[in-house]
Design a protein around this ligand. Structure first.
Ligand SMILES: [Fe+2]
Ligand SMILES: [Fe+2]
Length: 269
């Protein structure tokens, strides 16, 4: 059996600290073979940097998935391009920095992870459905696990891709909205599914940003500079068990827990 912990969008420094604070306990509780995070918001909500990613790899993260914000820090493009443990959305242009799949083996267990971005209310990209079809038709996944991070806004688009992928991958896990959904299940052909894993980071916010800033923006329609909240910290994740002989999911468990940091450097709202 392959066991994996997958954390939804890690938002800025508060999200990184929440992950690092809770990871030892969650590893003790679930004993995962692989730890995967969505890292498109690692660096103050926008993209990732070599420093932020390296710290998380050092503390036990195995794979970082991307999303529409993956490339927000141009200084990280070479690092993203050269690091096979960072996965870019497969339905972005070939020239866009990053690797479209990561396959890792540990103790005889193998896991592949891909990311796709949605098209509805999202920056332009190729069809995630067409990309999935051509990739999955050429990919034999029996004997190991395959996780698809579907990074998309629309619940219907995510649900539809879940049905397309059912029985062909181990799990389709939604990210991007930063709001966890309570619809985790194993689809009939054996694919674990959740519309959105949710955000690991500050939930006393509007999807990670200090709520006063976003309220002002909605009230005035004026541009503003975003700052991360640091309140209401939560881990949002799922725990998966995968039958490695069939590649199908055995269970999916949703995790949503408040986290108190041992030391908080404070930033009011
Ligand atoms: Fe995000
Ligand atoms: Fe996103």
């Amino acid at each position: 059996m392959i066991k994996a912990l997958f954390f939804g969008d890690i938002y800025g420094k508060p999200g990184r600290r929440t992950l690092l604070e809770s990871l030892p306990g969650l590893k003790h509780e679930f004993e995962p073979d692989f730890v995967i995070i969505n890292g498109e918001n690692l660096a103050d909500g926008k993209g990732l940097t070599e420093k932020t990613a390296k710290t998380l790899f050092h503390y036990g993260v195995d794979i970082i998935t991307g999303g529409n914000h993956l490339w927000d820090r141009p200084e990280s493009w070479d690092y993203i391009r050269g690091n096979r443990q960072i996965v870019k959305p497969m339905n972005y242009p070939t020239v866009t920095p990053g690797n479209p799949i990561c396959t890792l083996s540990k103790d005889g267990k193998q896991l592949s992870v891909i990311t796709l971005c949605g098209q509805i209310y999202m920056p332009p990209c190729n069809s995630p459905f067409e990309t999935f079809e051509s990739w999955a038709n050429a990919f034999e996944h029996k004997g190991f696990g395959v996780i698809v991070d579907f990074h998309a806004e629309s619940t219907s688009e995510k649900r539809a891709l879940g049905w397309l992928a059912d029985g062909r991958v181990s799990a389709v896990l939604g990210t991007h909205t930063h709001i966890q959904t309570a619809d985790e299940e194993i689809l009939p052909q054996g694919t674990a599914y959740i519309t959105d894993v949710g955000m690991t980071g500050p939930h006393d916010s509007v999807i990670g940003v200090r709520k006063s800033i976003i309220l002002e923006k909605f009230l005035t329609s004026l541009p503003s500079r975003y700052e991360s909240s640091d309140r209401g910290l939560q881990v949002n994740a799922v725990y998966l068990e995968i039958d490695e002989s069939t590649g199908k999911a055995l269970s999916i468990r949703r995790i949503r827990r408040a986290v108190e940091l041992s030391q908080n450097d404070g930033q009011g709202d």
